[in-house]
Write a protein that binds this ligand. Structure first.
Ligand SMILES: [Zn+2]
Length: 168
């Protein structure tokens, strides 16, 4: 039977309970922009865009789920992906009533702790009904994050990554 994730932290000594869940408040690309570009753009809980000398850049916040062996709830990352303008516009237009068959191609725009560079991994965004956060499906690659997404991770690895994410 699948259990609940909980561990005694080797960093702070506390017991952390529940499957780890970490979110990024912005695409990494946003953080590098100057205040003028940020003030003309928008950063919300679910959507982000800005314009620089290359044109407009659009992003959506989604959930990437990594299964944990023997644990019912996955390890969850709240990450940002870039979307094309046409994808972003359709995504926003159908926000309250998404097409469950429709995926939106995007590139991962956050660096996750533990892993080698996770920027620019290809993925598809799948909106969910009832106001749930969209789910991300990574494209096949030999990147370790893709392998973990498909195969899941051990409790020990989940603990190690959670400690890195919480305590640096
Ligand atoms: Zn801790």
């Amino acid at each position: 039977m699948a259990g609940i994730f909980s561990f005694k932290c080797s960093c702070c000594g506390e017991v952390h309970e529940g499957s780890p869940s970490f979110g990024f408040s912005a695409p990494d690309h946003w953080l590098g922009q100057d205040d003028g570009i940020k003030s003309e753009g928008k950063l919300g809980d679910d959507l982000c865009y800005y314009q620089d000398e290359d044109g407009y850049h659009y992003f959506a916040r989604v959930i990437l789920e990594i299964p944990i062996d023997g644990v019912s709830e996955p390890f969850m990352w709240g990450v940002w992906v870039s979307l094309s303008r046409s994808s972003y516009e359709h995504y926003v237009e159908t926000w309250s009533e998404p097409d469950p068959q429709r995926g939106y191609f995007g590139w991962l725009c956050n660096q996750l702790p533990y892993y080698e560079s996770t920027h620019a991994m290809g993925a598809d965004v799948y909106p969910q009904p009832d106001g749930k956060r969209p789910i991300l499906s990574l494209h096949q690659t030999d990147h370790e994050l893709y392998q973990d997404f498909i195969d899941g991770i051990t409790v020990e690895k989940a603990q190690h990554i959670a400690e890195l994410a919480m305590h640096g």
